[in-house]
Design a protein around this ligand. Structure first.
Ligand SMILES: Nc1ncnc2c1ncn2[C@@H]1O[C@H](COP(=O)(O)OP(=O)(O)OP(=O)(O)O)[C@@H](O)[C@H]1O
Ligand SMILES: [Mg+2]
Length: 1109
């Protein structure tokens, strides 16, 4: 639960001075000091907030604090400026009362800060939204702009407001801000040209020079060095805690948010620069013929630059600084200006330029922040005017400022002290009058139209003849001498004749806040506020749009010969308007107190605070408050507000409002000493009673809200219930429909299944019956068929039997007949005739067979396979034997024709067949090739003559072979000669013998099973030929070569041992020391000789042989 801090709980000192006991000046100050020491800078006097400047930032302005004070009763929490702002805002929003927040106090007491806090609080608690936020932001951002141009460092305050500001914030009926209007009061323009010691010019000059970029400064023809500008005092150019450069960026940003256009910002800066340039223009005297001195611009550079900035013709401005034209009704007189007058004119121009620029800024801001809608709106005014000032040298400005403060004090007195007391009397409430100092008399001294100081000053300014500040003082001395708050050395009142603290050129006023000594010097001039017409006309002629706008009186077409109203007159009028305005609003007071003169934290200078407490009339304020009533309200609104607290007054009270209020108070049992009935108002003494009423009202409102909520919720729930019910019925109906539909589909499909089963069963039954019927029919047919068959077979058997019988009868008959014939003819035949006939027949058949065979014998070719067919089966054996015999005889005949050579050839072929048939694929192709032996015709060819002669024996085979290189498997052609003793390998080109192997050194020959011509000659280990190892060769006549080798090898061997021919696809060959495996693999079939031989590694030589197509 939230912990509430009441005004009375955990309080340091007394939060509300009304509760202070005993009430003395000391206890008052002690209470303030105690609270100040504990960082409690705010204290109440009833609804008035006293704020003591802490001169350091306190953690009491956080968003959480804003939330804490939001919508809370004024006295509910510890005193805070937020409580006042919240009270004012809620009265404005809920009770439709225009409000004004009057912030008073002397310079540096914290008025501007307080006004900003109020504005930021209101901005935080009022409505939100894109448009509203924009308005809020613009309202808040107007502050930095105005502070930059209107505030300056003074000895009392580093950020002293040098103008008065009253801002009306406008709200709609919901309390959302719509816009605002700012009024400004008399800027202290003398500061532009001269600043008192320890003070600065307006912030903007320093901000511009410190914060603007080099580029901007160049455009503005400015230098960053402050010392280059006469108008800028140097002793306080840099202020502790103020960062001018950052502030410049803030100001520019704020201008942008407020709605200044880029070119408007530039124009404003140009004007500021022009003022600085203007200050640098200096004059020198130039003697004229008539003996007078005329002023001339000394160094024209600054003048030139200024004219360039503002687009003014240099000569026009230069002339305006040397001559002055006085226009009377009929004539124009031009007089020269001396140097002093030129300086006066220059400064007047600078002051006017700056103050008009400032007023333009306010107008421009107002344009941006003005409410867009014309609907009726509520207003909250925040007044932050320059504080009461007492300087060492007080001039016209201080006089004006202090007058304004007098007026504000007056309004405070009017509304809180006088008005309140008068009200008690008016309303017939018992009341003992409380004395207080009414400063109306001082206001009268200043503003009285007949003999007030301002009226005197105006009179003096408007009077023809020589008018000086002294003549003005003389006048005061005569007219105001009797006034008890006016003091002057030379007044008739001799009281001050010897008062040395009062110089002759000064007068003193006893203000409500203390005595202030004003030096009359400059009063007349400042009040006149004259700018030579030549200068305003020169300004009007400028091409710079803004400067033209600022000097409308310079328009020659609108020359007004009437004297403009004096500064004092204008100020008095605007203050009068302000006061009237404030009186129409409900006032809320913030009384700011300055704890010390050092601008330092933690220092509470009692005498200083005591002085302020006195002149602000705070003690009187407390007294009136304590004796009086905290709250009053007319009967009608009071009844309207609280009538719900009593059954008799709620909801309507028909009798007079006062009676209603009486009934209400009686019903609520409020103690009678807590309130009094006035004539038209009820007066409630204690805030507690008011809180009690408010609390009861709040509870009642809560109850009412609960009731409304209850009814609304009931209605909402019922509506919801009805909707649910309706929906439930609809859903139920739909569901039932769906369920029934589903059930129906289920039954339907079940029925279909049952139906189909039944139909199936019936169909099967029918089928069975039909099948049975059919089977019966078929059985009948079969039986019938069988029966018929039986019948037919029986008939057939009978018929056959009958036929057999008939045949037997015929045979028996024939045999009988034959027997009869044979018996009859037996006598005609010899014995053994049958055997003889048989032999004869056989002989005849054999004879016929041989003769026939003789005629049909096949050819004598041994390969002719024809043989005539046998005529009789019984000759089978003889016929085959005859065929064999014939073939043998035919072969013998054939062989007998062979020569010895041919025979040898066939023997070789036979040997080849024995060696290779069915073992090597190459063999069949060799059968048809004759074995030529000497393919090179070595004995005839002269090319091989030498080779031939080197071989002793007869060459049996001469052919070109490929010798396979042992290292890489590539071939080299060689001539292979085979003699009865040797195998010789010779170079093909030269015929030189490369190797000769004696046949006995050969152990075996290895060939593959495939279609290739490779063969290895394996040599006997240790033999002479085996030095280089075995030979791997390839020949196109492999079969012939190997056959011959085999044949000769066998015959050459001494021991008749045959030369081995190994037919295998993998054999070992001895190459020098290594044994290499020669492996034959089958590759893809190829046309031509596609055999390739590759040395794979040390141990393997791979021969790829294409598969025979
Ligand atoms: N509530 C505060 N918390 C912290 N510092 C404050 C507070 N109020 C004022 N100050 C400090 O006091 C300085 C002066 O305050 P401010 O400018 O509001 O005085 P002022 O009453 O407006 O004076 P002037 O009449 O010269 O304009 C501020 O610059 C700030 O440093
Ligand atoms: Mg201020």
């Amino acid at each position: 639960m939230e912990v509430k801090t009441s005004l009375l709980d955990n309080m340091i000192g007394v939060g509300d001075m009304v509760l202070l006991e005993p009430l003395t000046e000391d206890s008052f100050l002690e209470n303030l000091r105690k609270r100040f020491d504990h960082n409690e800078i705010y204290t109440y006097i009833g609804s008035v907030v006293i704020s003591v400047n802490p001169y350091r930032s306190l953690p009491i302005y956080s968003p959480e604090k804003v939330e804490e004070y939001r919508n809370r009763n004024f006295y509910e929490l510890s005193p805070h400026i937020y409580a006042l702002a919240d009270e004012a805002y809620r009265s404005l929003r809920d009770q439709d009362k225009d409000q004004c927040i009057l912030i008073t106090g002397e310079s540096g007491a914290g008025k501007t800060e307080a006004s900003k806090l109020v504005m930021s609080y209101v901005a935080a608690v009022c409505g939100k939204g894109q448009e509203v936020n924009k308005v809020k932001e613009q309202l808040l951002q107007s502050n930095p702009v105005l502070e930059a141009f209107g505030n300056a460092k003074t000895v009392r305050n580093d950020n002293s407001s040098r103008f008065g500001k009253y801002m009306d914030i406008e709200f709609d009926f919901k309390g959302d801000p719509l816009g605002g209007v700012i009024s400004n009061y008399l800027l202290e323009k003398s500061r532009v040209v001269k600043q008192p010691r320890g003070e600065r010019n307006f912030h903007i000059f320093y901000q511009l020079l410190s914060g603007a970029s080099d580029d901007t400064l160049k455009k503005l023809k400015l230098d960053r060095d402050f010392s280059k500008y006469n108008y800028l005092s140097l002793d306080s150019a840099v202020v502790n805690g103020l960062d001018d450069a950052t502030s410049f960026r803030t100001v520019k940003n704020a201008m942008q948010i407020v709605g200044f256009m880029e070119d408007e910002v530039q124009s404003v800066l140009e004007l500021v620069a022009a003022v600085l340039k203007l200050g640098n223009i200096e004059f020198k005297p130039e003697s004229r013929l008539n003996g007078t001195d005329e002023s001339r611009v000394k160094d024209k550079n600054d003048l030139k630059e200024m004219c360039e900035l503002l687009g003014i013709e240099q000569t026009v401005l230069e002339r305006a600084f040397s001559y002055r034209t006085v226009e009377a009704k009929v004539e124009k007189v031009s007089t020269t200006l001396n140097v002093a007058q030129a300086y006066y004119a220059r400064d007047a121009l600078a002051k006017n330029l700056y103050s008009r620029l400032f007023s333009w800024l306010v107008t421009r801001i107002n344009e941006s922040i003005k409410a867009q809608t014309k609907t009726r709106h509520k207003v909250m005014g925040v007044l932050d005017i320059y504080g009461f000032e007492i300087f060492e040298d007080n001039s016209f400005e201080q006089f004006i400022i202090n007058y304004c403060n007098e007026k504000l004090q007056q309004i405070f007195i009017e509304l809180t002290l006088r008005e309140e007391q008068e009200e008690y009397v008016r309303e017939g409430i018992e009341w003992t009058n409380i004395e207080y100092f009414n400063n109306a008399i001082i206001c009268d001294l200043i503003e009285n139209n007949q003999n007030g100081i301002m009226a005197m000053l105006d009179e003096e300014c408007l009077r023809p003849g020589t008018v000086t500040d002294e003549t003005f003082l003389d006048k005061l001395n005569t007219v105001c001498a009797e006034h008890q708050h006016f003091e002057s050395r030379l007044s008739k009142n001799s009281k001050f004749l010897n008062d040395h603290s009062l110089p002759h050129s000064c007068f003193r006023i006893q203000h409500y806040a203390g005595k202030v000594l004003y030096c009359v010097e400059g009063f007349v001039d400042k009040n006149n506020d004259l700018l030579y017409r030549d200068l305003s006309q020169a300004m009007y002629k400028a091409s710079h749009s803004l400067i033209k706008l600022l000097f409308p009186e310079g328009n020659p077409a609108k020359v007004n010969l009437k004297r403009p109203p004096t500064a004092g007159f204008q100020f008095k009028a605007s203050v009068g308007t302000l006061m009237r305005n404030l009186q129409t609003k409900n006032p809320n007071y913030i009384r700011c107190i300055k704890p010390n003169d050092k601008k330092a934290a933690h220092i509470f200078t009692e005498s200083l605070v005591c002085h302020q407490v006195n002149y602000l009339g705070l003690m009187e304020n407390v007294r009136v408050r304590r004796a009086g009533y905290a709250f009053r309200q007319a009967y009608e609104p009071c009844l309207e507000r609280y009538k719900m607290l009593c059954k008799r007054t709620w909801p309507h009270w028909r009798a007079p409002a006062r009676e209603g209020v009486e009934v209400l108070m009686a019903d609520l049992q409020v103690p009678t000493e807590e309130f009094s009935y006035g004539r038209s108002k009820i007066f409630i003494r204690n805030p507690r009673t008011l809180f009690f009423l408010e609390e009861r009202r709040r509870q009642c409102l809560e109850d009412l809200a609960t009731l409304i909520q209850k009814i609304y919720r009931g209605w909402k729930c019922r509506t919801h219930f009805l909707l649910l019910k309706k929906s439930q019925i609809v859903i139920a109906a739909w569901y039932r429909r769906y369920a029934q539909q589903k059930k129906y589909h289920k039954i339907k499909s079940a029925t279909t299944i049952v139906q189909s089963y039944t139909r199936g069963w019936q169909a099967r039954k029918l089928l069975r019956e039909l099948k049975h019927q059919k089977r019966c029919e078929e059985a009948a047919t079969t039986i019938a068929a069988y029966w018929h068959g039986t019948q037919a077979r029986r008939e057939l058997r009978r018929l056959k039997e009958e036929a057999r019988r008939k045949h037997a009868v015929a045979v028996i008959w024939a045999c009988w007949q034959g027997l009869k014939v044979r018996r009859e003819y037996r006598k005609f035949f010899r014995a053994n005739a049958g055997k003889k006939i048989y032999n004869f027949t056989i002989q005849r058949i054999m004879q016929k067979y041989f003769f026939g065979l003789k005629k049909t014998l096949p050819s004598m070719s041994p390969i002719d396979k024809n043989w005539p067919a046998r005529p009789y089966r019984f000759l089978d054996g003889a016929h085959t034997e005859l065929k064999r015999l014939f073939h043998l005889w035919r072969c013998k005949k054939y062989r007998s024709q062979f020569t010895e050579e041919k025979k040898a050839v066939y023997e070789e072929k036979l040997e080849a067949s024995e060696l290779f048939k069915d073992k090597k694929s190459l063999y069949p192709s060799s059968v048809s090739q004759p074995f030529k032996g000497d393919y090179l015709e070595i004995s005839k060819n002269p090319k091989y003559q030498k080779l031939n002669s080197s071989v002793e024996e007869k060459v049996l085979l001469a052919d070109v072979v490929n010798k396979i290189n042992r290292a890489n498997g590539k071939g080299a052609t060689r001539i292979l000669l085979l003699t009865k003793k040797n195998v010789v390998l010779a170079d093909q080109k030269t015929g030189q013998v490369k190797a000769s192997v004696a046949l006995p050194d050969l152990t075996s020959v290895s060939v593959s099973t495939q279609n290739d011509g490779f063969f290895a000659l394996k040599l006997k280990e240790g033999s002479a030929s085996a030095v280089k190892g075995d030979f791997l060769l390839s020949s196109e006549h492999l079969i012939e070569t190997i056959t011959k080798l085999h044949h000769i090898g066998s015959t050459a061997s001494d021991d008749g041992e045959q030369l081995n021919v190994d037919i295998t696809d993998e054999f070992l060959v001895q190459f020098k020391q290594d044994k290499v495996c020669v492996k034959f693999i089958q590759g893809a079939p190829k046309n031509g000789n596609g055999v390739s031989c590759k040395r794979k590694n040390n141990r393997l030589l791979e021969v790829s042989v294409p598969a025979s197509a």
